[in-house]
Design a binder for this molecule. Structure first.
Ligand code: AMP
Ligand code: ZN
Length: 145
């Protein structure tokens, strides 16, 4: 059952009505490249069902979602040759899409990400974006073996 919210950007992606650069999906969750990445490889992980915040997520889904967060953190780190990751959830305050999503952002020391002043880094072009998407998907496949 998908309690679909037609006006919700991430429900539209979760139900394949709007395209996205998907790196991972299963029956309960979907992960795709952020359209305005902090850095290339910035991924968003969502439950397929529409829950607004982490607090709204049924307990039974928290474990599986955190396991996928860990998978994505490993894959993004490996795919982008990053030193670490930043994992974040905006719950209502600063939340621009009211469908729970976990940000997985590759980090390097002195990469300029400080506090709430976050410079955005667009992909050079479509092929650069595709290469990053492919690299993350490949790393996920390796990790799932
Ligand atoms: P937040 O501000 O925490 O709610 O994050 C929402 C994120 O969703 C932002 O980083 C946006 O760049 C991203 N975003 C919005 N619409 C889309 C979309 N259609 N596809 C991919 N990312 C999106
Ligand atoms: Zn939604």
């Amino acid at each position: 059952m998908n309690m679909d919210y037609p006006d919700c950007a991430f429900c539209r992606i979760a139900t394949c009505r709007v395209p996205a650069e998907i790196v991972y999906e299963d029956s309960e969750s979907i992960a795709f490249l952020d359209i305005h990445p902090l850095f290339p490889g910035h991924v968003l992980l969502c439950p397929r069902e529409h829950y607004e915040t982490l607090s709204d997520l049924p307990l039974g889904l928290t474990g599986p979602l955190m396991a996928i967060t860990q998978l994505l953190a490993r894959a993004v780190e490996a795919a982008l040759d990053a030193e670490g990751t930043f994992i974040a959830i905006n719950n209502r305050v600063s939340q621009t899409v009211p469908h729970l999503h976990i940000h997985v952002v590759p980090r390097r020391r002195r990469d300029g990400l400080k506090g709430f002043f976050w410079p955005r880094t667009p992909y050079r072009d479509e092929s650069a974006r595709e290469a990053v998407r492919d690299a993350i998907e490949r790393e996920i496949q390796k990790l799932l073996v």
